[in-house]
Design a protein. Structure first.
Length: 329
């Protein structure tokens, strides 16, 4: 991916040279040595003039090319998540030339068995039934605010079950701001572990007619979350060079596994939860189906959370992610 203004601005001299070496600017090692000796950083480069480049040793041609290129880099600004519409444009960064989610490689998520008598599960079903009683059957294109009431109920339940089965605590943030190098803006939900810098997963609630847009935005949110986590690890002097995050597209409950440069999808067939009016009757077939589907989604979300708080070294994490992906093939 082509770096933008905010990313280039953070480059040190070595990173700037490495980047310029990838561009067709007709520069050679002599020019890079000038940059190295002058200790020009990314922030310096973005405001440098042709005259300043010539003063440190560049001849007319290279100085003009570099100054013009610096001006081009200045206009590469960050985008809001909400401005991202094309799934194809996102997937092309992962060598997937398609706008179909079926082309995303698969992975098999770790799951956690949910017992019928689990108190949190029972509370979740009862809360859903109350909403069904109040709102009636939830249609596919229902008001997004109403949909979020069901989604948040399931997410809160998953957090409590995960806490009961680990030594970790979890928090959920709504409209959580993620400030990445290339993209920024609020996410619908973010789940955060015991260490506030460890973002567990980002969820994107999109109605069915725009679910591809939801996928595109969720992937960009995950990329930006990696930027945030990496920055905070560096600030805390943590030596971790591999990490991965989970994303959730909640229109029909899809799950994503992301580490920088790689994206995987848990299932091509979504885990659909329907909320019919008849489910209010606990003797009905609709009630049984509702419980079954909610339990399935909860088992995956809790499994993702439990996996993410497993305390392992970067190489062990890498091997675990590779195993998830190999099991999905």
């Amino acid at each position: 991916m082509t770096p933008i203004f905010d990313e280039i601005r953070e480059y040190d001299t070595k990173e700037l040279i490495e980047y310029l070496q990838t561009e067709e600017l007709m520069l050679n090692e002599k020019h890079f040595e000038i940059i190295r000796k002058a200790e020009i950083t990314g922030e310096d480069f973005l405001i440098i003039t042709e005259e300043e480049l010539r003063n440190v040793g560049f001849s007319v041609g290279p100085a003009e090319r570099l100054a013009d290129f610096a001006k081009e880099c200045i206009v590469r600004k960050r985008q809001k998540f909400s401005s991202i519409k094309s799934l194809r444009d996102v997937l092309i960064d992962y060598d997937i030339d398609s706008d179909k989610i079926s082309k995303i490689p698969s992975f098999k998520p770790q799951t956690h068995e949910i017992q019928d008598n689990d108190e949190y599960f029972q509370d979740c079903i009862n809360n859903i039934l109350i909403r069904i009683k109040n709102y009636g059957t939830l249609c596919p294109f229902a008001n997004e605010k109403i949909r979020r009431e069901y989604v948040s109920t399931i997410l809160h339940t998953a957090l409590r079950i995960a806490e009961a089965n680990t030594n970790s605590t979890f928090k959920m943030a709504v409209e959580f701001e993620v400030d990445g190098k290339r993209y920024y803006g609020p996410t619908d939900y973010a789940i955060i572990g015991s260490k506030s810098e460890n973002l567990i997963c980002i969820t994107e609630d999109k109605i069915d007619k725009s679910f591809q847009e939801g996928f595109a935005q969720n992937i960009r949110q995950l990329e930006s979350s990696h930027d945030v986590n990496k920055k905070k690890r560096k600030r805390n002097d943590e030596n971790e060079d591999f990490d991965y995050l989970y994303g959730i597209v909640t229109s029909e409950w899809y799950f994503l596994l992301h580490n920088p440069g790689q994206i995987s999808l848990s299932n091509l067939t979504p885990f659909i939860i329907e909320y019919p009016q008849k489910a209010w009757n606990k003797e009905s077939n609709e009630y049984g189906i509702l419980c079954k589907n909610v339990k399935k989604v909860l088992s995956i979300i809790v499994g993702l959370l439990v996996d993410k708080v497993t305390d392992t070294e970067p190489e062990a994490k890498r091997m675990r992610v590779e195993q998830f992906r190999s099991n999905g093939d």
